[in-house]
Design a protein around this ligand. Structure first.
Ligand SMILES: Cc1cc2nc3c(=O)[nH]c(=O)nc-3n(C[C@H](O)[C@H](O)[C@H](O)COP(=O)(O)O)c2cc1C
Length: 223
């Protein structure tokens, strides 16, 4: 018996989804439809890979989508984390929803901007208290001496906020990914997949309103 890693060249899954024809709706409407379908089949369909840039190149990690509207895709994080600093220095960003259980992925390119403080306050307020406390003490992406140190700081914050709401720390908040390109990918037989990409109808790379079908042109790509 070989290990799964040794069998990688033979590891193959056939994709056989229904054909995916030219979408006649706005990118927002199509994303909402696909998200609804993913919600029934994919564990944590709101988990998305976010890729950022610094002087050494790209890096990516998973975060959770917390809202979407015509202006873009919202997630929350530590502004002083690696990704937070990278996005503040260079807002260019890529996002990927890997919905393999649906034989689908959605790929996004855009620019990230911080959400208004009131939006961050509103979401922070509905997080579980333990998560609020963790966000308060975590210096995300900084080295820490050990789990003990983390627990000591957590316990201190529990005591500090024993009689009050946990205030949103200034270093924690949301980003909105504003979109200039979004691709919908559906697996097909023989690796002859369907790909439809929405790009700006005027050829620009400025983010646009995702609900305005006329702002976008939709093109099929070879798989
Ligand atoms: C399923 C999943 C969901 C996650 N959601 C978030 C999130 O919403 N926000 C966040 O800051 N980190 C989230 N993380 C942790 C990030 O992947 C990452 O480890 C962390 O944000 C530090 O990244 P950075 O050092 O590149 O800034 C999640 C990780 C996983 C596996």
């Amino acid at each position: 018996m070989s290990d799964p890693v040794d069998r990688l060249p033979q590891t193959r899954k056939s994709y056989e989804s229904p054909t995916f024809d030219h979408p006649e709706v706005s990118p927002l409407a199509l994303f909402r439809q696909w998200y609804d379908e993913a919600a029934g089949h994919v564990r944590e369909p709101n988990a998305m890979t976010v890729s950022t840039l610094d002087e050494w190149g790209p890096s990516s990690r998973i975060v959770l989508l917390k809202g979407i509207d015509e202006t873009g895709f919202m997630f929350f994080t530590d502004y002083d984390s690696a990704k937070g600093r990278q996005l503040r220095a260079d807002p260019r960003v890529a996002v990927n929803f890997p919905w393999q259980d649906m034989e689908r992925q959605v790929r996004i390119r855009g620019l990230a901007e911080e959400v208004a403080p009131e939006e961050s306050d509103a979401y922070f307020a509905v997080r579980p208290r333990g998560s609020q406390i963790a966000a308060s003490v975590s210096k995300q992406s900084q080295p820490v001496s050990g789990r003990e140190q983390m627990q000591t700081e957590y316990d201190a914050a529990v005591a500090e906020f024993a009689d009050t709401d946990v205030p949103r720390p200034g270093h924690w908040g949301g980003f909105r990914v504003r979109v200039f390109e979004i691709e919908f990918w559906q697996g097909q037989k023989n690796r002859f997949h369907d790909r439809w990409v929405f790009r700006r109808a005027d050829g620009s790379h400025e983010p646009a309103d995702l609900s305005q079908a006329s702002a976008w042109s939709c093109v099929r790509l070879y798989p």
